[in-house]
Design a protein around this ligand. Sequence first.
Ligand SMILES: Nc1ncnc2c1ncn2[C@@H]1O[C@H](COP(=O)(O)OP(=O)(O)OP(=O)(O)O)[C@@H](O)[C@H]1O
Ligand SMILES: [Mg+2]
Length: 385
Amino acid sequence: MSADTSAVPEAAASSRAAPFARDPGLLSQIVEVSGDAIFSEDRAGIITSWNAAAERIYGCAAEEMVGRPTAELLPEETSLQLQSVHELALSGERVDRFDTWHLRPDGRHIAVSLTVSPLRDRGGEIAGLATSVQDVTDRVQLTAELEDARRTQEKQNVALARSNRDLEQFAFVASHDLSEPLRAMTGFVQLLEKRYANELDERGLGYIAHVVDGSNRMRTLIDDLLEYSRYLLVDPPGRVIKTAEAAREVAASLQLTGVHVGEVPDVWYDETSVLAVLYNLIGNANKFRRPEVPLRVEVTGRIEDGRVLVCVDDNGIGIEPQYRDRVFGMFARLHVREAYTGTGIGLAIVQQVAERSDGAAWVEESPLGGCRFCITLPTVPGEAA
Ligand SMILES: Nc1ncnc2c1ncn2[C@@H]1O[C@H](COP(=O)(O)OP(=O)(O)OP(=O)(O)O)[C@@H](O)[C@H]1O
Ligand SMILES: [Mg+2]
């Protein structure tokens, strides 16, 4: 046991601490069981006591440390700073919770929080210092890790904000800058048709019709791009969506018969996205139906792997296995424009909604003879059985 109690810390010398002053043995026991390292030094900075926690934190026994200068504990870069702390304490001031680094005798740095108090002898003269040390290495590491995580998060937020801004700009450019010349072009072509129809031959009129048709298509593409860009933005806040009800609503608004909606669990997402998905899938089932065969669509769902799996089956024309991934691409279509209307943005939106909510969308063969489109959406909190 090495706690030196010949000099008494100031607090112990006060009247409240009278029992310790009367019984220095009690005080030394407390020092010994303290979880903080406590050591004392004389005015010359030579260690005079070293408790059990100090042995643990610095990895060095009292026998080795007593008699050595405290300066050995100070890494070079902190020694000036710590000297001033010592001078302050030697002038009678107590320095509370001073965060710095110490050097263990084995050369390792440890982050410490120090409280340095003057020790007075019985005559009231400052005889040395008592230092209590908390090892805060873990705390410092944790703080550093938290700081790292915070910085990464901040970077991601900045990147996200930037990509949102880019998207907004893109949407603006698409809607305004692209639409503007397009409108002017269509206007002039229409004027040309109106004013000069008599002077143009059949072929000339045919060219004009192509330009009008092309610009109308471009208008649709721009609108579809804009529509798609709405789903690129950040994940919207969720709420309970009654999936089956939404599917019935979509079938009714498309005025379809032959759509059967089974049990489908509710999902936790935004209504616009869920309606867009159902609208595109049920709409496609109707668009790509087999001629002469009554439409049959089955909307079903279940909870699987913590997500709501929604499937839309149809008895339509189906998709060959080799094209099943491709159809989710932007503007990807498997037929000529004349055969079916559309620009090929519907399934891109479906996939975007799925991925934005950390899910997936895919197509397989349906037992009904056509396609089975599947998408996984978030479950209502507490319902992921
Ligand atoms: N239920 C389906 N049965 C057969 N083929 C389908 C079905 N759904 C989609 N496809 C194929 O996938 C392609 C892409 O579908 P998508 O919904 O993205 O575009 P679209 O319906 O052609 O146009 P838009 O949705 O923009 O009006 C379609 O053109 C079609 O070839
Ligand atoms: Mg479609």
